[in-house]
Design a protein around this ligand. Structure first.
Ligand SMILES: *Cc1c(COP(=O)(O)O)cnc(C)c1O
Length: 424
């Protein structure tokens, strides 16, 4: 369906090519200090992430829900709310809209009302995770602004996505990953033209190597939230979700939180949608899900702090959430609190159980990070934090195929008579 509207990659032609550029400036997420658009930026002078700001009044006049209907169903259809100047710079591998999957069997199992539970399956995107949204846009902007060499620390999926898009854009990329990252993501990064180096440390150790190489090796630093555009790509999850639910946002969103880009991005998306008149003031509870072995945001939330402390000895099988320090911590905590949501940690045991439950009940292979949101939903129901009739969206952020899966039910010797009674 995605490919049957030629020309694929034809963003230069038709409606997408019209000049729909509404960026006014960038802004420090902490201090509000303004920075000019159209040039390269990393962090603000305060050492905090930059947010892209748009002429939302202008977009409100120029953009309608109806206009969306004729557009290709992908993240680029949100043209007015995206930061590139020239559609010819778009670097794409076919970022289709991801499905919202009803979960009737899980609802029954957990005692939730019919229609209460939806899983947004981001594992279908190119490179098998929602990192594709962020990196497709960040690399598009890097291309537009003339970057030639990118470096990034990653737990795996961001590196795989960066490699794919940078290669497609003809930009060199150098990727640094903890040496216990998933073999498959290391392999796909290399296959897709990235140079990947394994570091005997955690992601923050990789981040230091990248930071020091900015001067020494002439890299542009693509660490999470250290360039302003990955958030804008991740924001499309929130835009897309709103349209898929006919502009009625769910009661709660469970988000597996590492660097928090997606949670921050969706929160920004909802504010922009309200400003352009597409939705009202109602918001879902934003729920940051972490693993018990690495829960800096949960700890800060519970202690009422604005910033999170470094989490020593981070350890969880859900590698996308193994982020001991997030530079956007105050933005995650701000969105969670402003939305009336909460932060919640689940054990690796609960993650494994939830993943099996989802596969066996719904036939859906989610990754451990997605499974963490299911485990958290279950825990929140039990603790009365969410009620069984509230409409909830869980984010499965990566394909379950990147992680160990199940086993065969048995072996059969084809030279011997088969005992068919065993198949009951
Ligand atoms: C990166 C990643 C996360 C965390 O996403 P953030 O937006 O950085 O919090 C969760 N799950 C998977 C599979 C990931 O790759």
């Amino acid at each position: 369906m995605f490919f049957d509207k030629p020309p694929f990659n034809g963003y230069q032609t038709g409606t997408m090519a019209e000049n729909k550029y509404f960026v006014t400036h960038l802004e420090c997420a902490l201090t509000g200090k303004q920075y000019p658009a159209g040039q390269l930026h990393n962090l603000s002078q305060a050492g905090k992430p930059l947010l892209v700001r748009y002429d939302l009044a202008g977009i409100k006049k120029a953009f309608t829900k109806e206009a969306l209907k004729g557009r290709r169903p992908d993240m680029w259809k949100w043209r007015e709310l995206l930061p590139y100047k020239n559609a010819g710079n778009i670097v794409s591998l076919g970022e289709m809209e991801t499905p919202l999957i009803p979960c009737p069997a899980l609802e029954k199992e957990l005692g939730s009302s019919a229609g209460a539970l939806l899983i947004k399956d981001e594992g279908r995107l190119p490179t098998g995770s929602f990192k594709a949204r962020g990196l497709a846009l960040a690399v598009t902007m890097a291309k537009e602004l003339g970057v030639t060499k990118i470096a990034m620390p990653t737990a795996g999926n961001a590196g795989a996505a960066l490699a794919a898009y940078a290669t497609r854009a003809g930009i060199d990329c150098f990727i640094f990953s903890p040496d216990d990252a998933q073999e498959i993501t290391i392999g796909e990064t290399a296959l897709q033209g990235g140079k990947i180096y394994l570091v005997d440390g955690l992601i923050n150790d990789c981040g230091r190597i990248v930071g020091e190489g900015v001067e020494a090796a002439g890299w542009f630093d693509f660490s999470t939230l250290k360039e302003p555009y990955r958030i804008e790509g991740k924001k499309t999850m929130g835009l897309e979700l709103a349209e898929q639910l006919d502009w009625r946002l769910p009661d709660a969103i469970f988000y597996p939180t590492g660097g928090g880009t997606g949670l921050i991005g969706m929160w920004k998306a909802f504010a922009e949608l309200e400003a352009i008149g597409f939705i009202g003031p109602e918001r879902p509870k934003m729920i940051a899900v972490q693993a018990e072995g690495c829960a800096p945001i949960v700890k800060a939330f519970e202690e009422g702090k604005e910033f999170a402390e470094f989490w020593e000895g981070a350890d969880t099988l859900a590698q996308g959430m193994r982020v001991p320090a997030a530079i956007g911590d105050f933005m995650i905590l701000g969105a969670v609190r402003d939305s009336g949501g909460f932060a919640i940690a689940v054990s690796d045991q609960a993650i494994i159980k939830a993943r099996l439950l989802c596969g066996e009940k719904e036939g859906l292979n989610i990754g451990p990070e997605g499974a963490a949101t299911l485990a958290a939903y279950r825990k929140a129901l039990a603790g009365g934090l969410i009620s069984r009739d509230q409409r909830v969206v869980l984010f499965n952020c990566g394909s379950g195929l990147k992680y160990p899966v199940g086993q065969a039910s048995g072996r059969i010797d084809h030279t011997k008579p088969v005992d068919y009674s065993q198949f009951n």
